[in-house]
Ligand binder design. Structure first.
Ligand code: C5P
Length: 235
């Protein structure tokens, strides 16, 4: 049976690590007054929860069981869209964003049983007035019927530079050279995996953001959203 939630509009934003999807999605969600799904956080949380249980990350069925039973709460803390992430009752916000958890996430994300375990949890974020879905397979697998699909790219060097700036601003340790290597490794794993590899949906709008500012990217996305969805802005 189709519910009102299944009919809520969705804008998907996919692309590789460090391309700026998170910043764009937070901005769009706030601007349109829609909900936000950070699907990468679910893979990061799965990796973190597996680590807390001392599970080897390649034990597919056990890691998938952890993914299926994730005890996680997303708590909005203020009016600008900031979220606290509570895993097993503990605030894991800072630990979650680090590069080592990102790499572990990309390893568990390559396991088909883990992806299957997280699928419905992601679809449950779809509710009126609408959803901005941030990830790698939002337009291809999770929300193939999305009203608007965006796919961002940028050179690996530029993405490493952006990630470096972001981590430094959060007070997290980061080495630019290491980041370039890690981003290349993650790109390879995300694009070459057999299940839900990173790629634009056939009907996605693709933008190379290498030489663009975040303001340019936001303006491009908002113009497409307003055109395609005829939705009022949350001003
Ligand atoms: O976006 P973020 O860096 O938080 O994602 C962490 C990892 O989770 C990615 O490198 C990717 O391997 C995986 N991921 C995924 N599918 C998604 C979102 C994230 O495979 N929809």
């Amino acid at each position: 049976m189709t519910s009102a939630n299944d009919k809520a509009p969705v804008i998907t934003v996919d692309g590789p690590s460090g391309v700026g999807k998170g910043t764009l999605c937070q901005w769009l969600a706030l601007r349109l007054g829609w909900r936000l799904l950070d699907s990468g956080a679910l893979y990061r949380l799965t990796a973190l929860a597996a680590r807390h249980r001392d599970l080897p990350l390649d034990e597919e069925s056990r890691v998938a069981a952890v993914a299926a039973e994730l005890d996680v709460k997303f708590v909005t803390t203020d009016g600008n869209g900031s979220l606290r992430v509570i895993l097993d009752g503990v605030d894991v916000g800072a630990a979650l964003r680090g590069e080592s958890v990102g790499n572990a996430a990309s390893r568990v994300a390559a396991l088909p049983a883990v992806r299957a375990a997280l699928l419905q949890r992601q679809r449950d974020f779809r509710r009126p007035p609408g959803l901005i879905a941030d990830g790698r397979d939002m337009g291809t697998v999770v929300f193939p019927d999305a009203e608007l699909k965006l796919f961002l790219t940028a050179s690996a060097g530029e993405r490493a530079r952006r990630r470096h700036k972001q981590l430094s601003e959060q007070g997290l340790d980061a080495n630019l050279k290491c980041l370039v290597g890690e981003i290349a490794e993650r790109d390879a794993r995300d694009t070459q995996r057999a299940t839900a590899p990173l790629k634009p949906a056939a009907d996605a709008e693709v933008l190379d953001t290498t030489r663009l500012s975040i303001a340019d990217v936001c303006a491009w996305a908002l113009a497409l959203a307003l055109q395609r969805l005829n939705c009022p802005e949350n001003l």
